[in-house]
Design a protein around this ligand. Structure first.
Ligand code: 6CS
Ligand code: FE
Length: 306
């Protein structure tokens, strides 16, 4: 049982020395078809746990986002902020968390109706930002993100009760097959992998650089890939992938000269706000798991302020 006194724990994890697969008890989508998505697109997302849109943003728009990212990641005065996570080599910036609070441009981007309306309709409610980040995955130095379910961490370490959250990843550079694009296992979002081990104190100080606790065993990964396959979210800059909070995903390291920089916004339903972490430890810092549950209002385009 979880140490969480007030909430039933439908997805116990890191409570024993063994991993196991539990069924998902939450719906994947909360709409049949909607203004932004066709019935087929909603069905594809429900079945696979992700959907990709090529060129949702123009190269001019992405250029402005990438310029902002370059300014942020080269700003020596910011590198000591806790939101800036360096690679294990301590050389390059690996991730910048809370980017929607650090940058006005990214604050508007997360409310751009081209993405916000899709997640509001798939989740059937208003949403707020649980977490935002840019993963830079710089050329030559970008390390891998091992296979994991985001929800397993957000449930255990942030107290996210149910699977009613969607990540939106916007490619800021071209995601080739060789510079560490996001990889997903279609359909894996319907099984919850309860992981072994116990969450260490301040686990995020390690896991955001290289995650070990909260990752599935090889046997379960092999079964998942055998039942399905691996899809690599390649795409030009400006393409967008929406993926369910529980889909098994990861990405390889980047030994090419081409950075694979993506912006991620995690939208959580306002019907699924955080409770006490199910691992029984204190909540993670606000820049990783926001407790600002105010619902977002959309803007027509992130480049125009209204
Ligand atoms: O712990 C987290 O919230 C972060 N960790 C990973 C590997 N993906 C989601 C998120 O950025
Ligand atoms: Fe992840």
């Amino acid at each position: 049982m979880s140490d969480n006194k007030t909430e039933m724990d439908f997805y116990p994890t890191r409570t024993s020395s063994k991993s196991s697969v539990l069924p998902r008890t939450d719906p994947v989508t909360y709409c049949d078809s909607c203004d932004e998505l066709t019935k087929d697109q909603v069905e594809f997302f429900e079945k696979n746990g992700y959907i990709i849109f090529e060129n949702l943003f123009s190269s001019d728009e992405v250029g402005k986002l990438f310029d902002e990212l370059t300014l942020l990641s080269n700003d020596e005065t910011k590198k000591d902020m806790p939101q800036f996570i360096l690679e294990e080599t301590q050389r390059d910036v690996r991730s910048i968390f809370e980017v929607h609070k650090i940058s006005t441009l990214y604050n508007r981007l997360c409310r751009d109706k081209r993405i916000l309306k899709i997640v509001q309709q798939l989740l059937g409610s208003k949403v707020y930002i649980h977490q935002s980040r840019v993963n830079l995955k710089p050329g030559f130095d970008g390390k891998e993100f091992y296979w994991h379910s985001d929800f397993e961490t957000w449930h255990s370490e942030d107290g996210m009760p149910n699977m009613r959250a969607i990540s939106c990843s916007i490619s800021l550079t071209k995601n080739y097959e060789f510079n560490g694009p996001l990889m997903v296992i279609p359909g894996s979002h319907k099984d919850f992998v309860s992981c072994s081990g116990k969450t260490p104190d301040d686990h995020y100080k390690q896991s955001l650089k290289r995650q070990e606790i909260g990752t599935p065993p090889k046997e379960i990964l092999e079964q998942m890939v055998e039942k399905s396959k691996i899809v690599s979210a390649k795409g030009s800059a400006g393409s967008v992938i929406f993926f369910d909070c529980n889909i098994m995903h990861g990405s390889n390291g980047n030994i090419t000269p081409y950075p694979r920089s993506n912006a991620f916004f995690v939208y959580n339903s306002i019907c699924n706000t955080l409770v006490e972490p199910f691992c029984g430890l204190k909540p993670r810092p606000n820049y990783i798991a926001s407790h600002d549950f105010n619902p977002l209002e959309s803007v027509d385009s992130f480049l125009h302020s209204k």
